[in-house]
Structure formats: C-alpha cells, structure tokens
Design a protein around this ligand. Structure first.
Ligand SMILES: *Cc1c(COP(=O)(O)O)cnc(C)c1O
Length: 360
C-alpha cells in the first residue's frame, strides 16, 4: 500500500479512508488560509462552526435523518451512553435489553444501576445466535427496548430489528455505523462511538428523537443530560473538535462515493470474499450462525488455540495487522470496516489459503 501502510484489521480504532487522511494532511498546518490547524482553533470561531454545521448536515443527508431528530456529538465514547441512556430514557424505571454479546452485556450492567432490566440473552451458546424477537414479552410500562446492532467481538448483526410492540428502540451502532442504509425513524435513539467506522476515538454520535429529550431532569449531572448537549449545539463545553473535523471529512467522502447504498454494496462484496473462503476451508471456520454474520467483524477459528496463535503470528509477519481474536472468542478476527479496501481482504484470503496448503 501507499506510504508503506498496512492492511490494518483492528476492531477499533481502525482504518480511515486514505483520501480523507491525505486531505487532513494537506490542511494540517494551515486550514484553508486560517493560519492554524483545526487542533489549534477556537470551537467558537466561524471556521470551526462551519466545520461543525457541515458535519451535521452531511450526516443528515447521508442517513436521511428526519427533522424531528437531533444529531449530537458527545465525548465519553460509546461507553458513556451505557449510563446516559437509562438515566435519560427510563421514565418508568424499566427497560428490555437483548444481550447478544460483550457490548450489550456491558450496557446491561450499567442500566441495572438505574432501573429494572428485563434481559433476553443468547449467552447460553456464547452469543452465536440472536434471539428470536418477533414476539417479545415486553412489560406494558417498559420505557424502551435496547439492542447492540452489531456485536464487534462476537461478530453478529441484527438482520431484522426486534418487534418492540410500539416501544422505543435504542441501538448501539458503533461497529456498523454508516456501513449500510438505515431507516432512522425505526429508532428512538441511535448511537455510535466513532472510532470503529468513522473517525478518531473519543466521541460518540447520538441521533435522538426530539420528544425523548427531557427537561425534567434537573437532578441529573448537567453533562449527563441530552438536553444540555441539544440546547448547546454539542458545544456546552469544548467539544472533540478534531474528531468532529475528521468525521465530517468521512461523511463527505461517503457522499462522494454514492452514499450508504454504495458503501453497503462494497461491504457485501468484501465480506463475501472472506466468508466464501471460510465456508470452503477445512482449516478455518466462522464462529456464529450464518444468517447473522457481521459484514464488519469476522471472527474465525482453527481447531486449536495453538494453531490459532501460529496463524496470528504469521499474518503479522506478512504485514496484516491486528488479527488476534478477542479473548472471549479466541482465534482470529478480521475487522473489515468501510475503509478496509477489498484488496486487503483478498490479500488476507490468499495468505490464509496458502497457510492452509502449507500446514495440511
Ligand atoms: C467499541 C464499542 C463500544 C465502546 O466504545 P468506546 O468508544 O470505547 O466507549 C461500545 N459498543 C460497541 C458495539 C463497540 O464496538
């Protein structure tokens, strides 16, 4: 690859589109004649306000976000949302959480500190499937239903959203954000830590339906209220200016290549290369049920942890980075987000094929 870059299969922070990095490099020392880097710029300056406004508008365009939803950029990553969501949305103190992997499990632990949580889980089979949620037993007074739409560690994706029976749907889209078209009106709140599929770490995008932003939460720390961020246009305090700038560039880049339909097509083609190989291989195999396989995170294993370790080592030597699987699943994991080129996946598959040949 150009600049001696590697195909980086990290689960996050992860690869950025190369044209975006080049643009950032170009503007680094003097942003469009301002005489300064965006890092050095006041968040109250007209230059930065324009960067912010365009980022919000481009995201709205990309996702077709309806008028009655607010876009917020909040610090604290996706993890802070595990707490903010129950603190702000649990009016009756009750919610339903679907536990499909490590990230929904973490969210559940935080929600339980705030209210009563009904859990529907696929833990019994180490999260290799997604529970059937077409006819859930949802308490009448539940405030919302929560899912992690793509489980980064276990490699599963919801193909069909749960039937919430009219309750608000809340989704953690961190590891699939902007990877495919999304009908925002199906959700009350969508959030995504940006370092998986969009930009630098340390920021979360929250897309929230306006009527869910409450003004009766004075006792909640001010920073934990969505209202604070909504009223201040995400600038109650100094925002993560750098992340907003970089994410804005990625939004423009996605628009330029044809939007979410186009990137989804690329993602499907790219993931197919790897899954087709895994389905044919006698050495490697996927870890979750086929119909829920993620297009973004692909965990796979050999028959033994020793061989897994040997493969990981060999991939690293060959210039493919960060393929070691998460400890809870073991084996390997290839994270192939939007910015991973198809050539990266093809090269990896060629390498794995060769490895299999040589270690029969
Ligand atoms: C990475 C990840 C998180 C945590 O993100 P942070 O920004 O590190 O807090 C939460 N949910 C999912 C699905 C993730 O992949």
């Amino acid at each position: 690859m150009k600049y001696g870059r590697t195909f980086n299969f990290s689960a996050g922070p992860a690869m950025m589109p190369e044209p975006v990095l080049e643009e950032i490099k170009e503007e680094l020392l003097n942003y469009r004649g301002s005489g300064m880097c965006v890092m050095e710029m006041s968040h109250r300056s007209p230059e930065f306000q324009q960067i912010y406004d365009e980022a919000v508008q481009d995201l709205r365009d990309l996702m077709n976000i309806p008028e009655n939803y607010k876009v917020l950029f909040i610090q604290g990553g996706a993890t802070l949302q595990f707490s903010m969501i129950p603190m702000n949305l649990m009016k009756n103190g009750k919610a339903v959480y679907i536990e499909t992997g490590a990230w929904s499990k973490k969210a559940i632990a935080e929600a339980k500190k705030v209210g009563e949580v009904t859990v529907i889980s696929s833990k019994d089979k180490n999260y290799t499937y997604i529970p059937n949620c077409s006819d859930l037993d949802i308490p009448e007074d539940a405030d919302y239903v929560y899912i992690c739409e793509n489980e980064t560690i276990h490699g599963s994706t919801w193909q069909k959203l749960p039937n919430t029976k009219g309750k608000i749907l809340v989704a953690d889209q961190s590891s699939m954000f902007l990877s495919k078209p999304c009908k925002v009106s199906d959700y009350g709140l969508i959030y995504a830590g940006v370092q998986k599929n969009v930009g630098p770490a340390g920021m979360v995008v929250v897309i929230i339906r306006e009527d869910l932003i409450r003004d009766d939460l004075e006792d909640l720390p001010v920073y934990m209220q969505y209202k604070t961020h909504a009223d201040a246009g995400s600038m109650y305090n100094t925002p993560n200016c750098w992340a907003i700038y970089c994410c804005g560039k990625v939004f423009k880049y996605l628009k330029s290549i044809g939007g979410l339909e186009a990137i989804n097509k690329r993602n499907e083609e790219k993931a197919k290369v790897l899954y087709d190989f895994l389905d044919r291989s006698e050495m490697f195999g996927g870890t979750v049920e086929k119909d829920i396989r993620s297009l973004m995170n692909v965990p796979f294993v050999t028959a033994s942890p020793e061989l897994d370790a040997q493969v990981v080592k060999a991939t690293k030597t060959a210039g493919y980075d960060n393929l070691k699987g998460h400890k809870s699943v073991g084996g390997l994991r290839a994270s192939i987000y939007n910015a991973m080129p198809k050539e990266g996946v093809e090269a990896l598959v060629d390498f794995l094929k060769k490895f299999e040949e040589e270690h029969k």
